[in-house]
Design a protein around this ligand. Structure first.
Ligand SMILES: [Zn+2]
Length: 318
């Protein structure tokens, strides 16, 4: 489990749109380290982690096995007032593959459009989600006057997934079929041209960073445990010897600067509306006893504005 997303700031020029933890997952991870989540939130966190692992696996798989093409992961578009999230797009010379990636595990039964577990717990039918994605994406391309075929698939990346009574004629790729799918992807060779780069660029330009209706558990600054989270095991550091933080859980040591910058990133992620001040960050980082140290870091990495009580820090670019 890694925890490297907190340094992400606005304007991150992620040219090819590699997969990163989204805000929802990062907030849940942070709250889990700093408070006691209820059962519902814990289930949500587990699902987000699992989905992320599945998408990460598939992104890597596509890059290694898909041949020439442009991989764009985790895109969010707003099309005529509707939001659509796409796990993965793969632009090949002759078409764009649209993947809805599922990391579901265990046995499921298909009865028509209804998919459920043996205990009758229903799973959202990913084929219906896929159809919606395809329809909205088609509209997006039309709006941009781009003619290029889309080929949608649901991909089950977990080897422990099984669907009984699975429909035969549906665009589904199961884990054991991945190798054959790779052969198909590599059968027809063709060069990527400026057109494909333009298509990728237009799609990235349309990508919106954050779903505005995220449902997050309620939290506030006061209610969260302060300190800096160990990036390896996601426990709070317990020791700081004026140079390094030391994790008593996994024995990781980390120098002051990257740890404090990550904690500031996490603070901004959790509290985008709060001002960054020396006092606030000093309290947030907890183990760094010297306020002067915190102030020095803020001055070096952010732009200082205001005076006296309104003094605070913003991005250097702002
Ligand atoms: Zn640790």
């Amino acid at each position: 489990m890694f925890y490297d997303g907190f340094e992400k700031t606005k304007g991150d020029d992620n040219k090819l749109k590699d997969l990163k933890e989204n805000r929802e997952l990062l907030v849940y991870r942070s709250l889990n380290a700093r408070s006691v989540l209820d059962e519902e939130a814990l289930i949500c966190l587990r699902q987000l982690e699992k989905g992320f692992q599945g998408e990460k696996y598939f992104e890597q798989w596509l890059k290694e096995n898909g041949g020439d093409g442009i991989v764009l992961s985790d895109l969010l578009f707003e099309i005529s007032g509707s939001f659509v999230q796409i796990d993965s797009l793969f632009i090949k010379h002759d078409k764009t593959y649209v993947f809805n990636v599922k990391n579901s595990e265990g046995d499921y039964f298909a009865e028509g459009e209804r998919w459920s577990t043996p205990s009758k717990k229903e799973m959202k039918n990913p084929l219906l989600q896929l159809k919606r994605s395809e329809a909205l994406l088609t509209r997006l391309l039309q709006d941009k006057s781009i003619k290029f075929p889309l080929k949608p698939f649901v991909v089950f990346v977990n080897p422990n997934f099984h669907l009984y009574n699975a429909p035969m004629d549906q665009p589904i790729i199961y884990y054991p079929q991945l190798n054959r799918f790779a052969e198909k992807l590599n059968q027809k060779r063709g060069r990527l041209t400026a057109f494909h780069d333009m298509l990728a660029k237009k799609l990235l330009d349309s990508h919106v960073e954050e779903y505005p209706f995220l449902k997050l558990p309620g939290y506030g600054f006061e209610g969260l445990e302060k300190g800096i989270i160990c990036p390896k095991c996601i426990f709070l550091y317990t020791l700081f010897n004026n140079r390094n933080f030391i994790c008593s859980n996994c024995k990781t040591t980390e120098p002051l600067l990257p740890a404090v910058l990550r904690a500031i990133g996490e603070f901004r992620l959790l509290f985008p509306e709060k001002r960054i001040t020396t006092d606030q960050i000093h309290e947030w980082c907890k183990l760094v006893l010297s306020k002067k140290t915190i102030r020095k870091i803020l001055f070096a990495h952010f732009k200082h504005i205001g005076r006296g009580r309104s003094s605070h820090f913003v991005d250097k670019k702002e």
